[in-house]
Design a protein around this ligand. Structure first.
Ligand code: ADP
Ligand code: MG
Length: 323
């Protein structure tokens, strides 16, 4: 049974960066305005995510890491209009099957916080009273300690540190006011989205961007809202960077990415691969986030219509800026 759980958990948490994503999303779901992330050894030794969100109630601690325990979904129909990022109640549970999880948390109005640790879906001891300021800190240690092969593969690559930094960069430019920061690299506290793009991706990116505003989309016929930044003809990169948020969730949509690359190739044939930051807001029932446990690739109702609209906005913006 524990082997089955471990295998299932290894599917949800495939690498350190997947754990970081789940933890940061939980922090954002908890209404945090500041999220700090520290990692050691590319996340294999330690991942620590601290937030200033609403915290976890004492009575919820014993069941926190049981599978399918979520505070975000009460009935099946809620799935249709899911707004928060988590809803499966699978992420924390999974982490306890492939690593050691320790939670320190305090809720509003409490004099002290509580700390508890978890293994294999179970709380190991009664929560201990401890000092805490605000919000929740979750530490995951020794990820994949019981999956020797996976640990070896990951240990031999320095990839995950890069992936984690890339992930946090993406969160930081979307959640401008959250200041999602990487405490072992540097802190980001910025006001405008352009400021955070400059901080995270550098001046050479920031000065070659074209702004797309919500008003660039024709609202009379459109079922969605969109804004963002796209690179102009002076931007230089070997591969496409596409930072896509749909309804405030960081997702991937390879069809949309390809469609935009096509517009660039046709409109600015001499330009390099593009940089794209895009935030799209759709009626929640048009977004299917339930396709895969890791929830990366989204599937969208009316994808064709959306792609066409985005392509035409991108094309006219590129032509405008190239004149
Ligand atoms: P899900 O996010 O899908 O609900 P998780 O396994 O990621 O499932 O988290 C389980 C539950 O733990 C959440 O529903 C939430 O109630 C609580 N939780 C986890 N992280 C935090 C946090 N940083 N702040 C407050 N509550 C949290
Ligand atoms: Mg979650």
């Amino acid at each position: 049974d524990s082997v089955v759980n471990r295998i299932a958990a290894g599917e949800v948490i495939q690498r350190p960066v997947s754990a970081v994503k789940e933890l940061v999303e939980n922090s954002l779901d908890a209404g945090s305005t500041s999220v700090n992330v520290a990692v050691k050894d590319g996340g294999l030794k330690l991942i620590q995510v601290s937030d200033d969100g609403h915290g976890i109630r004492y009575e919820d601690l014993p069941i926190l890491c049981e599978r399918h325990t979520t505070s975000k979904l009460s009935k099946y129909e809620d799935l249709q209009s899911i707004k928060s990022m988590g809803f499966r109640g699978e992420a924390l549970a999974s982490m306890t099957y492939v690593g050691h999880v320790m939670v320190t948390t305090i809720t509003k109005g409490q004099l002290h916080g509580y700390r508890s640790s978890y293994r294999d879906g179970v709380m190991e001891n009664e929560p201990k009273a401890c000092a805490a300021v605000k919000g929740t800190q979750i530490m995951v240690e020794n990820l994949f300690y019981n999956m020797i092969a996976r640990r070896k593969t990951l240990q031999n690559s320095s990839d995950d540190y890069t992936k984690i930094v890339d992930l946090l960069s993406r969160f930081a430019i979307h959640h401008t006011n959250h200041g999602a920061s990487r405490s072992d690299v540097h802190s980001i506290a910025t006001s405008s989205r352009m400021d955070s793009i400059r901080t995270v991706y550098g001046v050479s990116v920031a000065r070659n961007l074209i702004k797309i505003e919500a008003s660039d989309i024709d609202h009379s016929t459109s079922l969605f809202e969109m804004d963002g930044f796209i690179s102009n003809s002076n931007y230089v990169a070997k591969k496409t960077t596409m930072v896509l948020f749909i309804n405030d969730r960081l997702v991937e949509c390879s069809a949309l990415k390809r469609a935009i690359e096509i517009v660039y190739a046709a409109t600015l044939p001499k330009a390099s691969k593009p940089f794209i930051y895009m935030s799209i807001v759709l009626p929640p029932e048009h977004v299917d986030v339930n396709v895969h446990p890791t929830k990366r690739e989204v599937s969208l109702l009316n994808l064709e219509v959306i792609i066409e609209k985005v392509q035409s906005v991108v094309e006219s913006k590129l032509r405008e800026s190239d004149e």
